[in-house]
Design a protein around this ligand. Structure first.
Ligand code: NIG
Ligand code: FE
Length: 408
């Protein structure tokens, strides 16, 4: 059954834009009074609504009344939305002068969330993820990456990964899970080496057997994992065919080099990356993912998004939604603010939360409204796409379609 939806005042298809490098708004394909023709899960065609209606008299038509701008649905390619508890007291402590690292050293920070997440049941965690996925769907985010990393033991990492998987099955969102057992060294182990070996020897076989994820992440930082430890761990996982991603260059340099050397799909954070790191990333296939919500949560400068784009990188933007460094979680607000501070075109911001973010998850069937892609699209109540970022996240998606079905 063919379905035609429209007319939209504008459809911003994001078609024919480069996977890497800077993009000007003049490069955007804008279809005025446009329609989106779909069949099953996929897009058949975009174009003039009237022309599509004429050429497809058999299509079921959903009329859009009023001014709406359509875009591909968004992807949030880096979140930690599976957790229990709050870290409001860390936020207050930071604003009273303590650093993120100092709070971690005295047993707060990530370990505090680990304690609360361990106490929560699988059902509670699953429900927490469902509530957040639902919020994200209402904001037009239909593809979401979710990491483990607050369990840090055999039972609790598996509990998290199972909760993420089961939550994803209950909603229309596409959920991509990632094992971040290497978030910090678990206090239950003597040192980094014994903990990483435990993950490889005991956790990985179960993850494989239950198909819980094919992606692994590691936080490379003082107070987390060393460059040498991470290199060993990532290479072991690579040999087993897993996809890799890295938390790197957040407070100190080094992580992005390991990511590139190990062939990671993405390296995320990059707040302190300099010229050398940017150049290395531009020459590599590792995608830089910047996390403005973490800069906002920690009161740190934004990652060098403009420089990364100008160097030729395919920049993705994600929320990093987590209870510690990035508690706000509003991707559109964060991407819009990053654009304002880093001087990114609307095209670069939208690319960063659509097809470039999907690419960071190795998904090549979404984020551009073109024939054959998933019919995941959203619309905003305005008549000019520039209104969307201008409102800095206050104008949220009003209608959301997933695989051709209107879900909101
Ligand atoms: O991406 N940097 C490491 N991990 C998370 C924060 C996790 C937390 O503070 O709970 C991040 O910022
Ligand atoms: Fe993160």
């Amino acid at each position: 059954m063919k379905k035609l939806t429209g007319p939209f005042s504008q459809i911003i298809t994001l078609n024919n834009l480069p996977a890497k490098g800077a993009i000007k708004d003049e490069q955007l394909e804008i279809i005025t009074d446009g329609g989106i023709l779909t069949e099953g899960d996929n897009i058949l065609q975009t174009g003039s609504f009237d022309a599509l209606a004429k050429a497809n008299p058999d299509a079921e038509i959903t009329y859009i009344d009023g001014d709406f701008v359509a875009l591909p649905a968004f992807t949030d390619c880096h979140t930690h939305i599976c957790f229990a508890g709050s870290r409001a007291k860390d936020y207050a402590a930071r604003n009273n002068g303590k650093t993120y690292q100092e709070i971690a050293q005295v047993g707060g920070g990530i370990w505090d969330t680990v304690t609360k997440t361990r106490e929560a049941s699988l059902e509670t965690l699953q429900q927490n993820v469902i509530v957040k996925l639902d919020t994200l769907l209402k904001r037009g985010i239909t593809t979401v990456e979710v990491k483990s990393g607050y369990g840090l033991s055999f039972d609790d990492e598996l509990k998290m990964l199972r909760a993420i998987k089961q939550a994803g099955e209950k909603l229309p969102s596409d959920v991509i899970s990632t094992c971040l057992a290497a978030h910090i060294v678990s206090k239950d182990f003597q040192n980094e080496a014994t903990y990483l070996q435990f993950i490889l020897d005991e956790l990985v076989p179960i993850i494989k057997a239950e198909s819980l994820t094919n992606r692994f992440d590691i936080f490379i930082e003082q107070n987390a994992f060393s460059i040498e430890g991470a290199r060993f761990y990532l290479n072991q996982l690579k040999e087993q065919g897993f996809e890799l991603t890295v938390h790197g260059d957040q407070f100190s340099k080094g992580g992005s080099k390991v990511a590139v050397d190990c062939g990671a799909v993405s390296v995320d954070h990059l707040e302190v990356s300099g010229e050398e790191e940017i150049e290395r990333l531009a020459k590599s296939d590792t995608i830089p993912v910047v996390l403005p919500g973490a800069s906002m949560g920690l009161g740190m400068p934004f990652s060098p998004a403009r420089k990364l784009l100008d160097a030729g990188c395919g920049l993705a933007i994600a929320s990093d939604w987590n209870p510690g460094s990035a508690p706000q979680g509003n991707l559109l607000n964060q991407a819009a603010l990053l654009g304002t501070y880093e001087k990114l075109s609307a095209a670069e911001v939208f690319a960063g939360i659509t097809f470039r973010a999907a690419k960071a998850l190795k998904l090549f069937d979404r984020g551009v409204l073109k024939a054959g892609n998933l019919a995941d699209f959203i619309s905003f109540n305005c008549n000019d796409y520039r209104e969307i970022l201008y409102h800095q996240g206050e104008l949220q998606a009003e209608k959301v379609w997933k695989k051709g079905n209107q879900i909101i």
